[in-house]
Ligand binder design. Sequence first.
Ligand code: TXA
Ligand code: MG
Length: 350
Amino acid sequence: MPRTKLVQINEDAIDEALIEEAGELIRSGGLVAFPTETVYGLGGNALDAAASGRIYAAKGRPSDNPLIIHIAERSALDAIVRDVPERAVRLADAYWPGPLTMIFFARDNVPRETTGGLSTVAVRYPSNKIANALIRAAGGYVAAPSANASGRPSPTTAAHVAEDLDGRIEMIIDGGAVEIGLESTIVDFTVEPPTVLRPGYIGREAISQVIGEVVVDPATQGDHMEAAPKAPGMKYKHYAPRADLTIIAGGSESVSARIRAYAEAAKREGKRVGILCAEETKGAYPQGEVIAIGTRGDEESIARSLYAALRRFDELETDCIFSESFDTPRLGEAIMNRLRKAAGGRIEYI
Ligand code: TXA
Ligand code: MG
């Protein structure tokens, strides 16, 4: 087991010597966790089958669940994918670097270990400057899933990464809390029409304004995980706190009343109760471990703190969690996709 070195890098004054050291670790087959604008990633050399194997092992992740290759310049794309449709070029013009992942047919130099055995490959050009510097120092192609242990919420701070992966990887770069807090939007360009496999910060409307018709994989919207999702990783129980989570959706006052009633009943059974709500309503819950994750007027604040809240409920050893619903206008699709999964589909409409 490697000893994990923890280093701090400031995105506005990047320490080139540390980046060089981290890049060398990846070039020689090691694993380095690093910040991106979405969540922290666990990076290894994407063109090295053994490194991808180590990523799966460190996370405890099934090896049929493909990795995203991270690049730090547009021209790097052509060496790993066969064909970039014109609409994908336009979407890249609009959103790269940024929280967008696109799927293309892979060239033969991409190891099947990296793509989970698929003939397609997911590629992202992140905007975080530490990520960019690291990818360049590592040779240009960094496979990076979210840097959590498989099944746990994605990490939005270096401390979350250390909780899950300390002693299992060579280095963690602490670049502070991430900006967005939800994983990138994934758009599959190997099918017609292009299909959103995972909703994210860049919504369907925004994509459609750039490329016209786009559909969303219906499996990302269900309450249950009945339909097989097209992104293999979306089928696994995911983003999950250890407690049973139930979402209550409906008018604000009846939701609060229902959550209060459930919380009271659970408490009488001797359970430790968690409540996940918005700032606006936190006063409505007199008992339980209440975590307010941001304000409904600022949906980005909700996206940013969702995963940290789910981890916090684990630390508090809650047995059950009752959550308000967060169907906010722009990010609601992505937030609720993650929250429904954390709830294993348990959602009650009142
Ligand atoms: O924001 C993000 O995308 C973060 C940061 C670190 O960049 N990364 C991330 O990676 O979320 P990961 O491995 O946790 O999630 C990747 C998702 C999985 O659901 C996986 O199944 C899907 O992308 N995926 C990867 N390659 C694919 C492919 N060729 N076809 C379909 N789905 C693919
Ligand atoms: Mg993940």
